[in-house]
Write a protein that binds this ligand. Structure first.
Ligand code: SF4
Length: 343
């Protein structure tokens, strides 16, 4: 049994500039204020007051590797719209709430969400490399869900004792924002639980900082006995550049099956051409389109909403364009349901 605390290991590694230093440097050098974001992209300064307003509610975070894919001077750029705060975020809209999935009711322990049969979700990191404006966890109380060492042990005991659990989902935040030593520790603990079969990692980091998929990550990912599934989050084909493709190839070489889930977002991917191009591009990069989520009604994101009728019409048209294996399933997450609900 390894006894070093993952928290202490994490701090030690950051201080020492450990094996993850290159991506961690990119993470720490991310753009964190609207003025810099607007300036770097040559955007109209008139956008700034609204951006500051949105930033006060949910801070801006954009790494350089993602910034380089945004078209300068274009406020409608679909990548920019995912990261630029707007004054609209301060508007209260009926039905859009802080915890749209009622996750807090399914958290038996800090950092552990158990709402579906056979699988649990661990909040493995409270932070992300990018702050997506439509994020359903933009109000999530991460501070209350940052387990101490004792709580991690209790969480692992919970997994050990419930033999119906076959799959662990690492989520966040972005789980890959944790250090490799911390993740290696966690995966080693999971590996030793005989009834676990699969490790699923929900992450956007290989997309927004492709250097995250480095040798240290591949070492723990490649050595677990658990089947590995990496669920990426890509909403637009232009998010996939050569570096992202190379990162995907490395993940596959470490034995990971790659799936993608997108969110249907007004002004970003709410047309057939964009969705068809996204599916084609995903498959070229070795990623299977998996889910197309309708927006979770989170406070501050109502301006991204596409209603169900329009979503169904889009997907019907998409079906005329794509081979079956390129079709993502249009779904909604409904609190209390045993799985995602197809639309
Ligand atoms: S990466 Fe995922 S969890 Fe993080 S802000 Fe974006 S949507 Fe939310």
């Amino acid at each position: 049994m390894i006894t070093r605390t993952p928290i202490a290991v994490h701090r030690e590694e950051v201080e020492a500039g450990g094996s993850g230093a290159r991506w961690q440097r990119q993470l720490s050098e991310s753009i964190r204020d609207p003025a810099t974001l607007c300036h770097r992209l040559g955007l109209d300064p008139a956008l700034l007051p609204g951006a500051e307003q949105g930033h006060d509610l949910f801070e801006v975070r954009v790494p350089e590797a993602y910034l380089s894919r945004i078209r300068a001077g274009d406020p409608a750029d679909p990548l920019l719209r995912q990261v630029l705060p707007l004054g609209d975020e301060a508007r209260a809209v009926a039905g859009f709430i802080d915890d749209p999935l009622q996750e807090r009711e399914h958290a038996p322990r800090p950092g552990l969400i158990h709402k579906y049969a056979n699988r649990v979700l661990l909040i493995a990191s409270p932070t992300c490399a990018i702050n997506c404006r439509y994020c359903f966890r933009r109000h999530f109380p991460y501070a209350e869900n940052a387990p101490s060492l004792r709580e991690w042990d209790a969480t692992l005991d919970y997994l050990r004792q419930d033999e119906t659990i076959h799959e662990v989902i690492l989520s966040g935040g972005d789980p890959l924002a944790s250090s490799d030593r911390r993740l290696a520790w966690l995966v080693e603990q999971l590996d030793a639980i005989p009834h676990l079969k699969r490790l699923r990692i929900h992450t956007r980091l290989p997309v927004v900082i492709p250097d995250r998929v480095d040798t240290a990550l591949l070492a723990w990912l490649g050595s677990t006995r658990l089947q590995r599934v990496v669920v990426l989050h890509i909403n637009h084909a232009r998010e996939i550049d050569a570096a992202v493709e190379a990162a995907c190839s490395r993940l596959q070489a470490a034995g990971a099956t790659l799936l993608n889930q997108s969110v249907l977002l007004r002004g970003i991917n709410d047309d057939v051409e964009t969705l068809a191009t996204l599916s084609e591009r995903l498959f070229e990069a070795g990623i299977l389109p998996y889910y197309l989520h309708v927006l979770d009604p989170v406070a501050g994101a109502a301006h991204f909403d596409v209603d169900d009728r329009e979503a169904r019409t889009l997907v019907q048209a998409l079906r005329q364009r794509l081979a079956g294996f390129l079709m993502p399933r249009l779904v909604r997450e409904i609190p209390g349901e045993a799985s995602k609900t197809p639309l």
